[in-house]
Design a protein around this ligand. Structure first.
Ligand code: UDP
Ligand code: MG
Length: 331
């Protein structure tokens, strides 16, 4: 994309009870876009908020033709809200942004320079995570280490959803045949030329994080299940360990005697039961993933769209089959 290219930027913002931030989102996005892009559209996705966010989005959209509002039927979570936004945007470039403005839209010019240098994706990489608890930092760090050790792809550390991508990458993501659980993994999986942009992540100015621990754990497991089959091979390694133990027991009378005394046999029994249930649990997680994919449930439902972009099929060649549907978004 040459420096003289005029392009439309879509800014996709999922919103869950972040009503107070929306005026500032619009102001800061507009300012950031000045002089950088030809035009912009702001896709605000209300993910089942109960603080009046949708009414706020409707009133902003009524006076701002730049704004498209997408209202989901309930809270589906940030990942699915982002997917809904991606499916509705029509820009040549797409920026994913949080409504709470922890990731500054002012980095847009720097991100654009990355695209102009030939990158397809410029993703924000947090240099520091100000305002986050030590527990959150530690769990995030441990997860990256574990995930990258066992997954078939590598996700960069300290990277969230904040990124600028070309239409081609956005299309690749939304046209995946499977439900893209764990969008961060999908973002890495699609490949293309990706470039980091290091930045300092600001603390939330108002409100609280909309990610309950239960959902974080679900996402973390989905990530591993979607991108690694190593846990499925775990029973094989455990079987090798058990076979070695069996050989030892069978060949050494001292070990045999130690095991029948002092409740040691009980410990052995319970350890084996634990391992058995662990293996069953792992199988269950993979089975659940297959079940979810087979159930063909859409990832989210849309209640209303305001100011839906109309020019999608005209503007983007190669995207003719991806009809925008209001209501049910089936695959
Ligand atoms: N969000 C959402 N649905 C949810 C939770 C969050 O759309 O169920 C949005 C939220 O409004 C914000 C972004 O996702 O725009 C990031 O959420 P949050 O700030 O709670 O996450 P954190 O920054 O703590 O990771
Ligand atoms: Mg946040």
């Amino acid at each position: 994309m040459s420096q003289n290219t005029k392009y439309l930027l879509s800014v996709v913002v999922p919103c869950y009870n972040d009503m107070q931030c929306l005026d500032e989102v619009l102001d800061r996005v507009r300012t950031a876009c000045e002089g950088c892009v030809d035009d912009f559209q702001l896709i605000l996705v209300d993910d089942g908020s109960d603080d009046g966010s949708w009414e706020k989005i409707e009133s902003l959209a009524a006076r701002e033709p730049h704004i498209t509002g997408v209202c989901l039927t309930r809270n589906f979570g940030q990942e699915r809200a982002l997917l809904a936004g991606l499916r509705h945007c029509t820009g040549d470039l797409v920026l994913l942004l949080d409504a709470d403005l922890q990731d500054p839209p002012e980095l847009l010019p720097q991100m654009l320079r990355g695209i102009e240098r030939g990158a397809d994706v410029v993703y924000g990489q947090r240099q520091s995570r100000r305002g986050e608890s030590s527990l959150k930092k530690l769990t995030a760090w441990s997860y990256y280490v574990l995930f990258n050790a066992i997954a078939e792809i590598e996700i960069p550390r300290n990277v969230g959803y904040f990124r600028l991508m070309t239409r081609q990458v956005a299309d690749a993501i939304v046209n995946l045949p499977q439900q893209p659980y764990f969008l961060r993994g999908v973002g890495a999986w699609v490949g293309y030329r990706q470039e980091p942009l290091r930045y300092v992540r600001d603390p939330r100015t108002v409100g609280t994080s909309g990610w309950p621990m239960k959902r974080m754990l679900q996402l973390a497991t989905q990530g591993v299940v979607s991108f690694s089959t190593l846990p499925l091979r775990l029973p094989l390694y455990l079987a090798i360990g058990c076979a070695i133990a069996l050989l030892l027991v069978a060949s050494t009378s001292q070990v045999r005697e130690a095991l029948v005394s002092d409740g040691a046999s009980m410990i052995v029994l319970l350890s084996l039961a634990t391992v058995n249930f662990l293996v069953l649990g792992i199988f269950g997680l993979y089975l659940a993933r297959i079940h979810q994919n087979n159930s063909r449930m859409p990832p989210y439902l849309v209640r209303t769209v305001v100011n839906a972009p109309r020019n999608r099929h005209v503007k983007h060649k190669g995207y003719e089959n991806a009809e925008i549907e209001t209501g049910l978004h089936a695959h």
